[in-house]
Design a protein around this ligand. Sequence first.
Ligand code: G4P
Length: 286
Amino acid sequence: MNNNTQTIQWFPGHMAKTRRKIAEQLKLIDAVAEIVDARIPVSSRNPDLKEIIGDKPHLILLNKCDMADERATKKWIEYYKSQGIYAIPVDCKNGKGISAFKDTVKTVLADKLESYRAKGMVGKPLRVMVVGIPNVGKSSFINRIAGGSRAKVENRPGVTRGNQWFSVDKELELLDTPGVLWPKFDDNTVGEHLAFTGAVTDRIIDTELLAMRLLEILIPMYPELLEARYKISEFPEDSYDALCLLGKKRGMMIRGGETDTERAANMLLEEYRNCKIGNITLERVE
Ligand code: G4P
């Protein structure tokens, strides 16, 4: 887990500052590329982004698609399309899908490019702000697309110092999120889903409770994956009993013949986060 996420405090001043910084930079950019986690496309979004960016052209990168359920990712892309938003699946760890980014930006900004052409403004690079909540993969994306050197664009007039601009090539420049973008942290489900994926620390959340909640979602959604991984075809209805059965199957027993549920919980969360159970999307379009 990214250690930065463990120390982030979501206090109102912090959020106001990011909101102001993003708003200030909007005039310098042509589009916003929002990175979301393909496994939890709802919980990994910032609830206020639409309002902050207004009518700035917007595209979505469904990142970590290597760990998500491909069928669900396709449905999400169709859904965004129905909302008039271009979305592409990417895997910034391995670089898959990244090559589609530039063309998608050009498609989203087709009108702008046409007007540049009409005015004879050739060679003006498109500028895109990359936004996303912590741990969603912003740095991985920028590293992938702007190259290992993360070639910085320096000395631009009017650009606030400290902002991170990166040049992809002559046609495209990226601006990293100015500030820290918050998730919808006041929603329990969102908090749980972020904790399942490891995007927020689970130190403050009871591990056994978290694992039980994950089982409650996985048992009806992915019974075949659970059966293949744990050789359990039918789980007890009670999620604590289900966790006990899981631990028992793995021989995680303590004195007195009881299951070590803490170990079982850690094992389940670790196996889910490392995609050992399979490709799973916890949030569906419907
Ligand atoms: P951020 O800037 O938005 O905070 O996110 P960052 O790029 O630091 O990525 C957070 C974690 O997610 C990193 O793992 C990173 O490797 C991983 N990650 C990013 N994109 C993808 C992806 O498409 N697929 C997969 N499987 N993982 C991805 P980490 O555990 O913090 O570090 P490490 O594993 O890279 O050492």
